[in-house]
Design a binder for this molecule. Structure first.
Ligand code: CU
Length: 121
């Protein structure tokens, strides 16, 4: 009888303990990622930053026109780097290995097209 009670208490302690550990291990902290884009000017910067700000889980997006690198602060529980790159691609810009989406790219003013629109007339 006493032994059973002891085991029950021990079991519930273990269950409680692992539940507690699980909650502390979960990472809800914001992450930051830097993605190289094909942005050219401050209009590109504004366009990319605005569209990223509409993406779920994005806290902050800041593009440096000189380096073409956009720094994004995001909630990893709500979005991931692949989604962020897809967002930039849809806007019409390359995001590292993800090339610009053609529909988005065609909507850009000609001054914002990479390579001066040589391959897209
Ligand atoms: Cu531009």
């Amino acid at each position: 009888m006493f032994r059973n009670l002891f085991l029950t208490a021990l079991t519930s302690l273990v269950i409680l303990g692992s539940a507690f550990a699980g909650s502390t291990v979960r990472d809800d902290k914001d992450k930051e990622v830097k993605i190289k884009t094909s942005a050219i000017c401050s209009m590109c910067k504004a366009r990319i930053e605005r569209n990223l700000s509409f993406e779920k889980g994005v806290k902050e997006a800041n593009l440096d026109v000189k380096t073409k690198v956009v720094t994004i602060r995001y909630n990893p529980a709500k979005t991931d780097v692949a989604k962020l790159k897809a967002n930039i691609s849809k806007t019409g810009y390359d995001a590292e290995d993800v090339l610009a989406d053609e529909v988005g790219y065609n909507k850009l003013p000609s001054c914002c097209k990479k390579g001066g629109g040589m391959d897209h007339q």
